[in-house]
Write a protein that binds this ligand. Sequence first.
Ligand code: EPZ
Length: 421
Amino acid sequence: MERLVIEGGHRLEGTVPICGAKNAALPQIAAALLSDEPLTLTNVPDLADIRSMLTLMEHYGVTVAGPSHATVTLDAAAAANREAPYDVVRRMRATVLVLGPLVARFGHARVSQPGGCAIGARPVDLHLKALAALGATVSLDGGTIDARAPEGGLTGARIVLASPSVGATETALMAAVTARGETEILNAARDPEVCDLAQCLIARGAVIEGAGTHRMLIRGVDRLRRARHEIIPDRIEAGTYAIAAAITGGHLELTGARLEHLAAVGAALEAAGVRIWPTDRGLMVAMEGRPRGLDITTEPYPGFPTDLQAQFMALMAISEGASLIRETVFENRFMHVPELARLGADIKLQGTSALVRGVPALKGAPVMATDLRASVCLVLAGLAAAGETVVNRVYHLDRGYEALDRKLVRCGARIRREDVP
Ligand code: EPZ
């Protein structure tokens, strides 16, 4: 097990390259199963979760080749339908994204029901309802999801999602692109990662309209063809480094970042006194002095992203004034609060809200990471805290951030990664 030892109090100055989006790459890797023609993905981030998904693809007989981790060609010509074992699924919930492609390609899928995780119960009922709307018979068989298409395959239908679930929208989209006839997805998630999946499928010959809106129209095609697609930059990684610049009173250029994917975050940062503007290489973020406190509520895209709530709370912990942070997407996404309190933050939890009263300075201490975004929140707080902060269980971090400590050290942070004896 590894930990990060951070010496706080150093301004960050420099350039950070933003990687491809984890949450765009994961569904597109799963979508390789839809066709016997190869799919080449570029700008793929080098992350534990991506490696897990690629290993799962090999479990299905998909060949995974590429000159580097960033460029991967997936060939599912010889893919065979097998069950996704629980020990793979429990490690990463996004494996449920193979369900739609397997039913669409093979007419049947058995995928272990992903359990909950640290941030919530994470049900998949909306995924299953979407498949049932397309004609699949879906049942739960002792913890395994069993989904079977009718003889003639899936048939296009109207799918009305009870909530704009990112994963359920992606399952519906992947299952619909080769279904017979037309599918309408209402209350679809509008996230850039959903749009990027749609662009990847369109490059392979799918007929999709309305990606990025609440209403998507898909006209089924017989088969998908070979294609090459570049993964969009990771807006959550970019937002994380923007907050790293703000919390250290620094100045960072985030190359590859797109402000249009971070509008709600940019607006909040500016309201807090952070300067953020687009450059021809990406985004510039600069901060002088302490941030102003302000209230935020997490919402489905284009609202403030739940995946940046913990990071923003770290910034508000040293703000002038107070900040009411409401988490409306997941039911248990405040595990970073007691750890921030160990660093001297003044935060009161009230149901789905956290009242943060800014303090002039945080003080370093050992803290424990509990999930991906909580762990990076503690790193950000450690960058600002006086003295030494030790963030344990860094494996959480490596699931979603490529070389985070190295990128920060290159911009002036004092961080060392060490094995826990
Ligand atoms: C995706 O998760 C992301 N993961 C999450 O990022 C992100 O936080 C989330 O979208 C919201 O933006 C990937 O894309 C791999 P949802 P997903 O379905 O698809 C409920 C990270 O840190 N719901 O939009 O699982 C659910 O419980 C991760 O990178 C149902 O009730 O999120 C939650 O309360 C964390 N039934 C809400 O909807 C369902 O069938 C939003 O979930 C599905 C979801």
